[in-house]
Design a binder for this molecule. Structure first.
Ligand code: MCA
Ligand code: AMP
Length: 506
């Protein structure tokens, strides 16, 4: 019996004393430790009654043990459901209700509150803290390490990752064992990752970038990583002489460039810098190259598709482009209105097909059907073109989405919350150019006559409703929102009107 993804991870695990994870606190885990610890955790989860196909929802701080939990879920055949640590209880309630996990793992301080929610949906709650301690670890310590991995076929689910929906309701993207494995193997080859690589891992581990791109690629290469709790430029620069690889969102590179310690000498041991999750400004690419001699390799992905395209390892890494479709992935550009494929150089909807593309949205067959073409391409919602040399350019978004520091915010979700406030007639949430986060979430609000809400009152009201990164950086009041003849709010006019709002922010 085979377990499609975990068998490949196990087969790539170096024997002996080879390191998988090093932490800033000096903790070191070898691959053999990882097999043992994930085996014990898998036994503990199994003993709690989690069966193949059951969801395990996880909202915990980043730690080596959190990654062991991910591996343990793969081994049990459970469906791993990572949740942003910034999510509020109101948001957690929705995810737990929608995914109906068998087990929810949270930090000990959240246990009581989450227990109340979980009980309503019949889920068990266990804990894991930032130091890897908690009730789940206690259970695992009692277990044997030689767990017999559950059989999992390529098409079986490995994970569900929620992406916010354009109507405000989050959708769970169902990712299979082969979606994850095929992409990890492809990226390993494309970026030439080997067991000699040491990755600086400063991304969160509840999204595709930090969990699948960074962790799965490291695992299938038998490489090692410095697992850092968060992005800290001082710490990253001090690790660079011992590292070879870094993956980050554009904000990482913007902040590194602001640090006087970034120089050719500091990066002398580095082999490759990769960027994704949001557009990397050409200015950032050029400045980084001038300062370090390294051309950042930009790639393009989505939660639903894993990675689609990448700039080349050997060829020209062209600023402002996301490179070529990965082997096995087909990318085409279609007319957004009619779906007719367009010729090279023309701008339209980016559509994607390949083993990387997800199985659909959890319990949303209509939404799934609506986002695929008849011939099986996923409609990305990103607008782009493919130039004469084959490089893919992302030129805009067909979907109403803001990307701030690599996190996606769906304006509708924020607007819904603002519109509920007494005194608000309507609101429009837009992304405005921001020097640090790329885009800053900005709310433009129309008040009822006589209403006395101010910016602080709106922001205070959103505190417990929305994760911090979704909350507007600014709230602006206006008499009315600009509309076209169809009555649709013209967000492009608002974006233009407020384009300099964050010019001097950092
Ligand atoms: C933190 N804050 C943010 C963000 N992060 N606000 C807007 N956008 C953000 N991304 C808030 C904090 O709560 C804080 O609020 C204030 O901003 C300043 O916090 P700061 O200390 O500067 O933030 P940080 O802790 O340094 O975090 C910034 C960050 C982080 C390092 C850019 O957001 C991050 O690691 N982003 C990576 C996200 C990611 O992994 N995305 C991949 C998704 P206050 O002070 O007011 O309380 S996967 C994906 O997109 C696809 C598949 C792909 O292609 O990869
Ligand atoms: P997510 O929903 O978090 O998976 O975010 C996916 C979205 O991030 C894509 O649809 C793009 O809009 C955006 N994205 C990811 N990588 C890039 C990139 N390199 N350049 C521009 N946009 C990107």
């Amino acid at each position: 019996m085979s377990n499609h993804l975990f068998d490949a991870i196990r087969a790539s695990a170096p024997s002996g004393d080879a390191t998988f994870i090093e932490t800033a606190g000096g903790q070191r885990l070898t691959y053999q430790d990882a097999l043992r610890l994930s085996g014990q955790l898998a036994s503990a989860i199994d003993a709690l009654g989690v069966r193949p196909g059951d969801r395990v929802a996880v909202q915990v701080e980043k730690s080596p043990q959190a990654l062991m939990l991910y591996l343990a879920c793969l081994r049990c055949g459970a469906v791993y459901l990572p949740l942003n640590t910034a999510y509020t209880l109101a948001e957690l309630d929705y995810f737990i209700g929608d995914a109906e996990p068998k087990l929810v793992v949270v930090s000990p301080k959240m246990r009581a509150d989450v227990q109340t929610i979980a009980e309503r949906y019949g889920a068990i709650v266990e804990t894991l803290d930032a130091n890897g301690e908690g009730s789940l670890t206690d259970l695992a310590r009692e277990e044997e390490a030689d767990f017999i991995d559950a059989a999992r076929a390529p098409d079986d689910l490995a994970a569900i990752l929620y992406t916010s929906g354009t109507t405000g309701r989050s959708k769970g993207a169902m990712l299979t064992h082969d979606n994850l494995l095929s992409n990890a193997l492809s990226l390993r080859e494309y970026w030439r990752v080997t067991s000699a690589d040491r990755l600086i891992h400063a991304l969160p581990i509840f999204h595709t970038h930090g969990l699948f791109v960074a962790t799965n690629v490291t695992l299938v290469a038998g490489a090692s990583m410095f697992l850092l709790p968060k992005f800290d430029p001082d710490e990253i620069l001090s690790l660079m002489p011992r590292a070879t690889l870094m993956m980050g969102v554009p904000t990482f590179y913007v902040r590194l460039l602001q640090h006087p310690g970034l120089s050719r000498e500091t990066v002398a041991n580095m082999r490759l810098f990769i960027s994704g999750s949001a557009p990397l400004l050409t200015e950032t690419h050029v400045s980084f190259r001038q300062r370090t001699g390294h051309a950042i390799l930009e790639r393009y992905g989505m939660t639903e598709t894993n990675m689609n395209t990448s700039n080349p390892y050997d060829g020209e890494r062209r600023a402002g482009t996301v490179g070529f479709p990965l082997p096995g992935v087909t990318v085409r550009i279609a007319d957004p209105a009619t779906g007719t494929p367009l010729a090279a150089g023309e701008t339209g909807m980016i559509e994607i097909k390949g083993p990387n593309v997800f199985k659909g949205y959890w319990r949303m067959p209509e939404k799934t059907a609506a986002e695929f073409t008849q011939d099986g391409y996923f409609i990305s919602g990103d607008l782009g073109k493919i130039d004469a040399d084959g490089y893919v350019h992302i030129v805009g978004r067909g979907k109403d989405l803001v990307i701030s520091g690599g996190y996606n915010i769906y304006p509708k979700e924020v607007e819904n919350e603002i519109d509920l406030l007494e005194g608000v007639v309507e609101s429009a949430v837009i992304g405005v150019a921001h020097p640090d986060f790329g885009e800053g979430v900005t709310a433009v609000v129309v008040l009822a006559r006589g209403a006395s809400l101010d910016e602080k009152a709106v922001l205070d009201a959103l505190q417990s409703r929305l994760a911090r990164y979704k909350q507007p950086k600014r709230v602006i009041f206006t008499e009315e929102l600009p509309r076209n003849t169809m009555g649709k709010v013209q967000k492009n006019l608002l974006r233009d009107q407020f384009k300099d709002l964050y010019k001097n922010a950092s």
